[in-house]
Design a protein around this ligand. Structure first.
Ligand SMILES: Cc1cc2nc3c(=O)[nH]c(=O)nc-3n(C[C@H](O)[C@H](O)[C@H](O)COP(=O)(O)O)c2cc1C
Length: 309
């Protein structure tokens, strides 16, 4: 069965959950356009999540998902809401979802953990996941250490469940490339930041459109929690401090609340998480146009592909 048949969607694309950003407006628009939107529940109370689910359903009757950031301390309550509300899909990050998989599956909910290594992919397959989202280090947000191009084929070879590629999708060529590596779908975040429906400040969207190939920065490697964002003066200062043994307090002082600052438009002191593919994005478009053009272009790329010798 194809991913679209399994999930009842039209295009095999997940709009990856983005903390503080993937709320009902963006999630509803992606699902309504035929992909699958995913609410970012990190930092929400159970009641806030229930409200976002209801608001999403006012925009679309089509399937959508919820992302669980497993380091949060209210995961059991969030799972309860997801089960009661019969959400179609759960993706997980920042920890092992194994304890929750039986409950979710019993409720008919598909579970796709985000992983960044073969070891974790095989572990999730054994735990009963319906598929894995393999995320390369070119992605925006919290990242692993292997690039999409190298990671995907190794995971495709290691598991028998569907693999979704995350990290570096920006146009039809990149979608076709992921399919050549053996995936059954795509998860993208950065391209949807530059969508009309995404509720971030206009300055954050414009910074993505203006970004060049080397426009992102990875901070937090020393603390083993690397995060990719657009370069900002604050993040460059953070990296300098990090590399010069700045104290935990000084580093924390710079970044506490900084994703929210970026979402609200402060690109001096914010952390505008964003993937390397921003360099390929040249305009802000409606979600439907982004999704449709990705797959129309990918079909054409696949048809025209010749390996010259
Ligand atoms: C601003 C931002 C916030 C993100 N927040 C989350 C999150 O809360 N949970 C999660 O699992 N992934 C998160 N991600 C990762 C995305 O869901 C997605 O996997 C990633 O953006 C795909 O790579 P791309 O940026 O190259 O498209 C975030 C990414 C961005 C850009």
């Amino acid at each position: 069965m194809s991913l679209c048949e399994t999930l009842g969607i039209e295009y095999p694309i997940f709009c990856g959950a983005m903390a503080r950003i993937s709320l009902h407006e963006l999630v509803g628009a992606v699902s309504e356009a035929g992909g699958i939107g995913i609410l970012a529940s990190g930092g929400m109370t159970a009641e806030q999540l229930r409200e976002e689910i209801h608001k999403t359903r006012e925009i679309t009757q089509k399937p959508f998902g919820v992302n669980l950031m497993l380091q949060m301390d209210n995961i059991p309550e969030l799972v309860e809401v997801i089960v009661e509300e019969k959400v179609a899909l759960v993706t997980t990050g920042a920890g092992g979802p194994a304890p929750y998989i039986p409950t979710l599956k019993e409720a008919g909910i598909k579970v796709f953990p985000v992983i960044a290594s073969v070891k974790h992919a095989t572990k999730m397959e054994k735990a009963g996941a319906d598929g894995v989202i393999a995320e390369g280090q070119e992605a925006g947000g919290h990242i692993g250490s292997v690039s999409t191009m190298s990671l995907i084929p190794q995971i495709v070879d290691a598991v028998d469940i569907p693999v979704i590629a995350a990290g570096g999708t920006g146009d039809g060529r990149t979608v076709a490339a992921m399919y050549a590596l053996g995936v059954q779908g795509i998860q993208a975040g950065t391209i949807f930041l530059a969508s009309e429906e995404c509720q971030i400040a206009q300055s954050y969207k414009e910074a993505i459109v203006e970004a060049i190939d080397t426009g992102t920065i990875v901070t937090g490697r020393k603390a083993k929690d690397p995060v990719r964002s657009l370069k900002t003066p604050m993040l460059e200062k953070f990296l300098h401090l990090e590399q010069n043994n700045g104290s935990f307090e000084d580093l924390e002082h710079l970044t506490v609340g900084s994703l929210k600052r970026a979402v609200d438009g402060d690109l001096e002191n914010g952390t505008p998480m964003c993937g390397e593919i921003a360099g390929l994005i040249t305009e802000i478009r409606p979600v439907r146009e982004i999704i449709e053009s990705l797959f129309t272009e990918a079909d054409q790329v696949a048809k025209d592909l010749t390996i010259t010798k």
